[in-house]
Design a protein around this ligand. Sequence first.
Ligand code: U2P
Length: 284
Amino acid sequence: MKMASLFAQLLCILMITMASIAIIEAKRIGIEIGSREVAEFREFDYFVLALQWPGTFCHRTDHCCSSNACCRRSNAPTEFTIHGLWPDYNDGTWPACCTHESFDEKEISTLLDALEKYWPSLSCGKPSTCHGGKGSFWAHEWEKHGTCSSPVVHDEYSYFLTTLNVYFKHNVTSVLKEAGYVPSNKEKYPLGGIISAVQNAFGATPLLICKNGAVEELRLCFYKDFKPRDCVIGSTGQSFVLSSRSSCPHYVSLPIPEYASFAIEPGVESAETTISSVLGDEAL
Ligand code: U2P
């Protein structure tokens, strides 16, 4: 009897230890349990180029710091900026933190001017990295998404260069401007009109994400060869459908990007940057 109870206790300790190890391992490789990120590291199906609208993001700045581009006064962004290039699965899930490679800013030193301008952080927060720490916006995006972009993108440098090149080839801000959708704090534009303008320009349906009726993100989707494809996923036969209507009303606003007027924290210089390097003709 005593032996049986001892055995049961040992079994219990063993199970708790195994569960703890599993949770520590999941956290180590950055899997957010309960979210749509998956631990599966099979090859992804397509890419999402996620773009942020600074007019919406910068409105919510409540303090300034050198890393927040909303605080750059005359150099604050006025066009869609890059959030990330995300490898995704067709079922609406995505892999995350696929390798143990850590972000190294030295690897992308020649791209930094361009990244500061076109891929800046629009907040002061320090996002989590895959191996238990906090890092820059770029560190987060590379470790979480870039490391899952194989076999199309193999390393950190090509992840950032490829993303910049895809971004330059698909200038959403000018497409919307040409269609009459200019930043405004008064106008509201038909969601369908914005979607059509992007469809006409690139031949594929984007996905819009809104916050309080304002465009917060616009996502473009691409096959692995970077030919545009629809972002809307799902059909009548599938239960998963993701569309711009999930978060945007019929009429949306595109607020004028205005830099945050909060002072930069004392002792920290303003992060004014100018683009001084040309990326050259490096192909995708
Ligand atoms: O949408 C909220 C966050 O989930 C991650 N995401 C979303 C859609 C998608 O197709 N792929 C994807 O990764 C993004 O996480 P982040 O890169 O910001 O950590 C997105 O912001």
